[in-house]
Structures are given as structure tokens and as C-alpha cells.
Design a protein around this ligand. Sequence first.
Ligand SMILES: [Zn+2]
Length: 198
Amino acid sequence: MDANHNVIRKFIEIPEKFFSELTNQPFSHCIDCNAHLLDKGTSYYIEKVIKQYKKLNTYDVIYEYAICASCCNKLASQYSQTSLENIQNYFLNHTDFLVRRHELLAYENIDINQWIDNCVIRGTSIHDLEEYQMACHCFGDKMVLDIFPFIIGGEALEEIVKLLSNQTLDIISDFKRNKLLSPTEPYPVNTDYPLLFV
Ligand SMILES: [Zn+2]
């Protein structure tokens, strides 16, 4: 998805929800090229996958990382054309980012929780999701409120995975196996979920 449309953007401090679970600090380096991310204007994305245990009232971060825009583009350029088109069509058919933007601009003081309270595809409440992916777009030490941030529940992620070609799934799973650190042990590898910053 292209987050670089010519629209008014709001920036906020990066909420702690998007801090690294390992350090309790903002992500500071790209997982791929190790570039420093917190310099003003550096564009990067954060993704975390969370598993919730409602009965125990707790959760695990299955994996988390930040990736600079340049490494992200490099990775996405290896996705097959079919996969890219399928992902984009899926989002076009299931979400209305224009409406989301209008809602966002209507708020004076945005509550970030309101923005990531429901699966952006299905509308399921975050409290009812066993597993979800949360994603945001940052510039240096600020988060941009645009089409990001959002969360996507496990069921919608499974649907997206089915739209990807084998070539694309291999690229994603290689990237995750080689790069990702999990704050939880043992590493519960779920390498299928797509990176959605494309
Ligand atoms: Zn990088």
C-alpha cells in the first residue's frame, strides 16, 4: 500500500504500544540494514504480531521489528506481480482508507487506541482477536497518522496469505527466518503472515 499520498498528515509521539517489547524503548535500527531510524525524517515501518490469551489476561509478542523504507521497498520488489496486485485489491475491497483519513482529520486529540481498536478488514474488536498484526509508519521519533496505524486479525491475515504466490511466500518466510527476533521463547515460528508495507 502506498502511504505517500499527498494529504495532510498528523504526527504524534510513538505510543508505547509500538515500542520494542525487548527493550521497552522505541525501535532504533532497521532489522535488515541496521540503519539508525530515529533521525528526523527517516521513514520506516514497525510490525508486531501479538497472540492474546484472554482467559489468562495476558499476551505474547510473537515477533516484532522495524524496517526502513528502503529495505522494505527492496523486499516488496521481490514479491510477484500477482501477489502485489492481490494484496492491493484485497485492501481496496475490504477497507476504505479515505473514510479512515476523514475520520482521523475530524479528531482534535486523537486517541491512538481508538485507531487500532478493531481489525481494519473485518471490524472485529481487538479484544476478541486471538492473534493480530499491528503496523505503523514512523518518521524519526514520530508516528504518522495516515492509513497507518492499523491492526489486522488472524482470520483476515490467513485470507491474505492465500492470495500470495509461492514465490512471494518463500521470500517472506526467508526474510522472517533470517532476520526476526522473538521476545518469546521458544520461538513460535509463524512465518506465513505477509509484510503489508507494500
Ligand atoms: Zn534498512
